[in-house]
Design a protein around this ligand. Structure first.
Ligand code: COS
Length: 385
């Protein structure tokens, strides 16, 4: 749903210009220094990028899902590391509170997430718990009006810099499944919350992950999201449904950027006496990439519109994440191929994107998990129908 086309167009133009003029020229520097420059960070805050999907009453731009994916298409046209720093505040770091939190919890924390004053992070994965999220081991034991958290969370995006963590922990030790899990809001300066050293990653340099360790970390009972024990797994799944659509849109943006770069290069580069774009085998690669990116854009928009209309889009979000993450992997691979030797050399930036996009097939649910979500939904529908 688009609320006001003119306002949205202005926002999209502004973001597109910011991406082109400020972020694209800084891509190489960010990758080399493994950090986003402070002035760019401030401009992101000024543009409202930390609060895109946060309702206006809590200080955000209150974008609908359709508006958000249109923005994500634009943001995708540069290194994914830029999106990562504000991505958690719009997505997994804020949505738990927004979807299932109490009014008081929303008022207390969300406005500071919307401005970027506070970075939000989402702690689900553990050293022994990845795709099988319901088996998580981090425990939270009640002690008076507090819970005591113990355990380790792994690969936590923005973990090193976050000031607020949504933490899934087991409150019912007799229930080893999803029903024993509760979601907590944990402030970054709580004693017993320890940040590990940043992980060394294959790509997306400038975006950071680390372990978050809880050692007798006392969290007030009033910080249970929605004040209800045992709801944490469902909260996490709802958050991921939304996150998967956003990531899908970013995949589309990155694919479109790579197609643009590959096309420009193919028009300039000459072999066998003519630009390589005139060779049909190069044309085939460009056409396949264009077709797949178009299909991805269309499905993401459809799922986003359905979500805005109030439909449950768990299955569609998984379809999108599955297709878009795999699609951008193929597009990046073809871009390297079209660039040839230059595609393998760091100076051209294409190999960096090739490494960056590999993560899309893994985080916020692997491709294989999306397949499971889609297939289970098909079976459920068939049984009901
Ligand atoms: N929205 C709301 N509730 C949901 C839901 C969703 N999208 N998906 C599942 N649930 C509910 C189920 O309805 C069920 O509730 P009841 O017990 O009341 O029936 C409960 O949650 C457990 O669901 P299910 O039995 O499907 O859980 P599984 O253990 O089989 O796990 C998968 C389901 C595999 C889909 C889940 O563990 C998953 O998404 N894993 C990947 C985790 C992930 O993405 N990690 C990335 C790191 S975080 S960036």
């Amino acid at each position: 749903m688009i609320r006001d086309q003119e306002t949205l167009n202005q926002l999209l133009d502004t973001i597109s210009r910011f991406v082109r003029e400020r972020l694209v020229p800084a891509e190489e520097r960010v990758a080399e220094e493994d950090a986003i420059p402070a002035d760019i960070l401030q401009e992101m805050k000024d543009l409202g990028l930390f609060g895109l999907s946060i309702p206006e009453e809590y200080g955000g731009l209150g974008l609908t899902m359709e508006e958000e994916v249109l923005v994500a298409f634009e943001i995708g046209k540069t290194s994914p590391a830029f999106r990562s720093i504000f991505g958690t505040n719009n997505g997994i770091g804020a949505q738990g509170i927004l979807i299932d939190g109490t009014e008081e919890q929303k008022r207390k924390y969300v406005p500071r997430l919307a401005t970027g004053e506070l970075i939000g992070s989402f702690c689900l994965t553990e050293p022994d718990v990845g795709s099988d999220a319901a088996s998580l081991k981090t425990r939270a034991d009640r002690d008076g009006d507090h819970y005591v958290l113990n355990g380790t969370k792994r690969f936590i995006t923005n973990g090193p810099v976050a000031g607020l963590y949504t933490v899934m922990a087991r409150t019912d030790q007799n229930n080893t499944g999803a029903g024993g899990i509760t979601a907590f809001i944990v402030e970054g300066d709580t004693p017993g919350l320890i940040r590990g050293k940043p992980d060394r990653k294959m790509g997306q340099h400038g975006a950071h992950t680390c372990d978050i360790i809880f050692e007798n970390c006392r969290v007030p009972a009033e910080n249970i999201i929605g004040l209800k024990e045992g709801q944490g797994f469902k909260t996490a799944m709802k958050v991921l449904d939304r996150g998967r659509l956003h990531i899908s849109a970013v995949c589309v943006g990155v694919a479109e950027r790579l197609i643009e770069d590959a096309l420009r290069y193919a028009m300039e580069r000459k072999q066998f006496g003519k630009p390589i774009v005139e060779h049909q085998l190069i044309q085939a690669m460009l056409a396949d990439s264009k077709t797949e990116a178009y299909a991805a854009r269309t499905m993401v928009l459809d799922a986003a519109r359905r979500k805005d209309e109030g439909e449950n889009v768990s299955m569609q979000a998984a379809c999108c994440k599955l297709f878009c993450a795999e699609m951008v992997g193929r597009v990046a691979d073809r871009a390297v191929q079209i660039f040839g030797g230059a595609g393998y050399i760091a100076d051209y930036g294409i190999e960096r994107f090739y490494r960056d996009v590999r993560l899309f097939r893994i985080y916020e649910g692997t491709t294989q998990i999306q397949q499971i979500v889609v297939a289970r939904s098909m079976v459920r529908e068939a049984q009901q129908g």
